[in-house]
Design a protein around this ligand. Sequence first.
Ligand SMILES: [Zn+2]
Length: 75
Amino acid sequence: MASKPWTLGAIRAMNLQLEAACAEPGCGWSSAYDLDKMIAEFGADCELPTEAGGLACGRCGAPVDFGLVAVKKRA
Ligand SMILES: [Zn+2]
């Protein structure tokens, strides 16, 4: 595995979806980020995790855990 950090552009290039889930037990909040919107806002070279954009739980404001999910390619 490459050791360089993930960037928004790399995630999109690999057809991965960036999701975030609240680190607070019992909260249960999760969200999928709009990569195109984030790249437009922060740039494709923006590394993750980032403090930019206030990536925090949309419900309680706690830090979030990131997850990368493969997006099915359209046939
Ligand atoms: Zn939360």
